[in-house]
Design a protein around this ligand. Structure first.
Ligand code: PMP
Length: 422
């Protein structure tokens, strides 16, 4: 890579967190300097609650819902926890089962596992195809009138692969169960229609759509929200489901980010997809053994998940600096584990360790793509050279993982990472 690139930063990790849009920052600044609690009856409070109400409209529109069905939370993690735990706490005894897909985000997966471990629900996992999506027939075959809730995400954060949400919801609703959809990665990027697709509960997050971090929402039809119990107790805010004084500036920022996303998502998705395709195309042309994971015909416009045979992804990503991309590996108790998403798709452990996720967005430029391609080619060649790829394709387990390259480089790659990003 040419020296000219070294001071040029490229951010291709939008699925972990997208940059704040300056227009959103401007909208928030005006609120941050205002005073009052949105629950107070005086004029200061009323001004704050009017700001929240406006944001409610935009956030509801993001997923085709109604403002009256928006429960603001501190992010999609909390929205997912509320959907699953809230439903289980309110469940009738004859509906003990919950179903989640095998590729859900940790905030759905771990909540569901915890509910099962606590004996509060009985968890079953819906398999995915090799392409990384849930087949409606798989859901249908697992349904029964003992199922309380089914949770299947709209788009996967690691592969970008989209699920046929409307078709999946059909058998769920027919069985009288709640259908929850984590739309964190899809909302704002592609149109989402809660009503038409038959979703009961939908989770969204502000920082994936160029809004501020730490704010999200669970959006539902009112009759669906009535089937939940609160998880956070207190003053009874947000339909009694999420007590706590509202984060008005954050909510205003989320509302503005939603408004912009709805207005611009069509043109943005075309522009971003063209850049993503250029990135993936040039990488595959220049790097032998580079392969995309997931069904490329049905995915978000901004995501490419590319495996580099014989090159450990953590080592590649560390070497790609100043280009930011990520791996789906998780760090638990000091040991690096491969992405559960890729394993669920039938990808073997070795290949799962070689996958890099590139996720683009609103501010990604053609020059970013040029720098990212050069940087990726250089990094993969370096890692392969260090680990003798070419002399021996696919090293055996006893030869040590190429990620050992990182062990002597404190501060890089995996330090202090609690779980998979984004
Ligand atoms: N669901 C999905 C699919 C996600 O990608 C993320 C973000 N990493 C979350 C939930 C959690 O969102 P938040 O960061 O707002 O808690």
């Amino acid at each position: 890579m040419s020296e000219a690139y070294l001071n040029y930063e490229v951010y291709l990790d939008y699925n972990a967190s997208a940059p704040l849009d300056p227009r959103v920052a401007e909208a928030m600044a005006a609120i941050l300097t205002d005073t009052g609690n949105a629950s107070s009856a005086h004029r200061f409070g009323r001004r704050q609650s009017a700001t929240v109400d406006e944001a409610r409209e935009h956030v509801a529109a993001l997923v085709g819902g109604r403002a009256s069905g928006v429960v603001f939370t501190a992010g999609a993690t909390e929205a997912n926890n509320l959907a699953l735990t809230g439903a289980v706490l309110a469940a009738p005894a004859d509906r003990p089962r919950i179903l989640i897909s095998a590729v859900e985000h940790a905030s759905v997966r771990q909540t569901a596992r915890w509910l099962d471990e606590q004996g509060l629900a009985k968890l079953d996992v819906i398999p995915v195809t090799g392409g990384g999506f849930v087949a409606p027939a798989a859901v249908e075959s697992m349904m029964g009138d003992d199922v309380l809730l089914v949770s299947v995400m709209a788009a996967n954060s690691e592969t970008g692969v989209l699920n046929p949400v409307g078709e999946i919801a059909e058998p769920v609703r027919a069985a009288g169960a709640l259908f929850h959809c984590d739309a964190t990665q899809m909302a704002g990027r592609l149109p989402f229609d809660l009503d038409r697709w038959g979703c009961d509960l939908v989770s969204v997050s502000s920082h994936k759509i160029c809004g501020p971090g730490g704010v999200g929402a669970l959006v539902g039809a009112r009759r669906s929200l009535a089937r939940l119990r609160a998880v956070i107790h207190g003053g009874g805010h947000e339909h009694g489901l999420r007590s706590g004084s509202l984060n008005v500036a954050g909510i205003a920022g989320f509302g503005e980010a939603a408004r912009i996303a709805i207005a611009e998502r069509q043109s943005e998705s075309v522009r971003v997809a063209a850049r993503r395709d250029r990135l993936a195309g040039e990488i595959k042309d220049r790097i032998a053994g580079a392969q995309e994971n997931g069904d490329v015909a049905r995915r978000l416009p901004n995501t490419a998940n590319i495996g580099f045979e014989g090159a450990d992804a953590e080592a590649v990503v560390a070497r790609m600096d100043p280009v930011a991309a990520s791996t789906g590996s998780a760090c638990s108790s000091g040991a690096i584990e491969p992405s559960e998403v890729l394993l669920a798709m039938g990808i073997d452990r070795e290949a799962a360790f070689e996958a890099v996720r590139f996720s683009l967005g609103r501010f990604t430029t053609e020059r970013d793509i040029e720098v990212a391609v050069e940087s990726t080619v250089t990094a993969v060649e370096y890692v392969r050279a260090m680990t003798g790829y070419g002399d021996r394709r696919r090293p055996g387990a006893d030869e040590g993982r190429p990620s050992d390259l990182n062990r002597d480089r404190p501060g890089e790659a995996n330090e202090g990472r609690p779980d998979a990003p984004g």
